[in-house]
Design a protein around this ligand. Structure first.
Ligand SMILES: [Zn+2]
Length: 122
């Protein structure tokens, strides 16, 4: 989670400003109060920095760099940005869960566990 926290720390410097509150509303209006990925209008809509504030702080308030996303699409995108495999529809996820379960029960050799970790996060 440390990497995600690091990203959040950078964007928080932006999102707690008055300027952001105004801009955020403009982006929601522009995108029709719907997620640009899945089109949902339900749930919590978030404003995503297309290029993360961490890498492009100069684009933090650029409308072209902002997009409305539901929290599900937003977190899926952020996970990819920080180099994690996506949670959703990942075939590796079961392998990982199995590897952890095997480790917990002591049925796995360290070598096979290591192999699976490489597979999970190449
Ligand atoms: Zn969505």
């Amino acid at each position: 989670m440390a990497v995600i926290d690091d990203y959040k720390r950078h964007s928080r410097r932006v999102t707690r400003t008055k300027r952001w509150q105004v801009l955020r509303h403009e982006i929601l209006e522009r995108d029709g109060w719907a997620c640009v990925d899945c089109g949902t209008r339900r749930g919590r809509l978030e404003i995503d920095h297309v290029k993360a504030v961490r890498s492009r702080p100069d684009l933090a308030f650029a409308a072209d760099n902002l997009a409305t996303r539901c929290s599900r699409c937003h977190s899926a995108k952020t996970r990819i940005e920080v180099g994690w495999s996506p949670v959703f529809e990942s075939p590796d996820r079961d392998d990982w869960a199995n590897a952890v379960a095997e480790l917990a029960t002591g049925n796995a050799t360290p070598a096979s566990a290591k192999e699976k970790m490489t597979c999970w996060n190449p």
